[in-house]
Design a protein around this ligand. Sequence first.
Ligand code: SF4
Length: 506
Amino acid sequence: MEVLSLECVSSQFAICPGLFQPSAANDGLLSRLRVPGGLLTVTQCEAIADLADQLGGGYVEVTNRANVQIRGLQSTIDADHLARLQAVGLASPVAAIDALRNIMCSPTAGIDRQQLLDTRPFVAAWNRYLTTRPDFAVLSPKFSVCFDGGEAVSVRDRPNDISLVAVAITDAIYFRLHLSLGDRGASPCDTGVVIQPEESLQLLIAMTEVYRDYTMQKLGNSSQRKPRLRNLLHDWGLATYLQAVVQRLSFLPLRDGTKSLRQNEKIDGNSFSDAYNHLGIHSQRQSDRSYIGCILPLGRLETIQLRGLATLASQYGSSMLRLTPWQNVLLSDLPTAQIAVVQQKIEQLGLHSSATHPHGAIVACSGTTGCQSSATNTQADALALAAHLEQTIVLSYPVNIHFSGCEKSCAQHHASDIALLGVAQEGEASYHVYVGDDGSKFGRSLYQNYRPAHLPALIEQMLRVYQEQSQSHETFKSFVNRYKIAELKQMLIASDRHLIGARQQN
Ligand code: SF4
């Protein structure tokens, strides 16, 4: 293992933060820790909580790649803390590659009743290998790999450069190769390439080496930016890339035109999204064991809560927390007979676990407290909305509401049910309000320049109209997509009059 010194830490601040290279934010420095597969041991939780208490703001954030980030650092992390993080396996032994994106898998890998295979050993193997290859540091820090084991809590639609998706074909389990071929934030596409699971490490090495050579060639040609894998695919085309990869393999991947049932499932959010199915209590594939999915409001966890969850994991579970790419956390391997006790203790930590709790599906980027590009205080506005909805409405299904401080949309790349885009209008912060989906980045424009203080009442109104007028089991997105924007506005006005009338009668 490389012995750390402060010289390992870059004196320059990174745009994509890692542990060794923090980025500068409005509230101090921001360091991000890779947590492969989102799996955190109790010992790792303690090291993170100590670091956040001693050098950071006393809380951590779970990101949409199931990383942990620590905000509010007033200086770069000192050598003692870095050495401790390395000792518990939270910092790469090779500082140069620590900024590469987290390796993703389903947060229910190994415990999911529907899974085809347990992807955790594949995550561990790829992470172990990656940390031995300092030459991969030349890659874009956004280079990302995902393993989907066919779990009910699926991650195959998460934006990743490479996804290996488990499928069953004639009684055997394979990985199908999915690649990011579309726009930024789009789900990876099925390439039709199929491999045996035990061939996955060799395939990933070959794919990464070809991408590394392309990157070095581009940088040698004085390209300013490190290319993404999707740039290579656009330049060369999929067939040429795969040819170059196959030349480095000792086996021939299969080409499979058939698609399994799960492959044919549409991932468009029109059926009730599985994304929040991990919240609440669920049985595991192991008999007499259950897991609880806990909501972290905007991914935030106070260190006292982190320590509390770690204690529960030690006392009742398998001394492990599972972070999710939806910025929540699972407590797994709990004896089913004791699940009510654990749930009560989670509530005592101030955390909820119902999928329909307003906090469950509200997402916000760091906003003005953390980002200079933000027009609005997205975090404060999102918390105010969640508090308002908690008091005023009971949701039957999760409704995904996304606050973004600018067009970049860091917190969520896929379409939401309701998107709120921060804008500065003549020096005043406001939001453009979008609903549903029309193929554009944020959805269909409903209102422009809506004042933050008026948003909670508007969103409550929208949810009431949806609950009163939607068809059975219709998603919010499908409901709003059925109507023209003028019709939706008319429904909101009529509902508002009805509410005012009811209030006057009272
Ligand atoms: S979406 Fe914009 S405002 Fe929000 S964190 Fe990203 S760059 Fe900053």
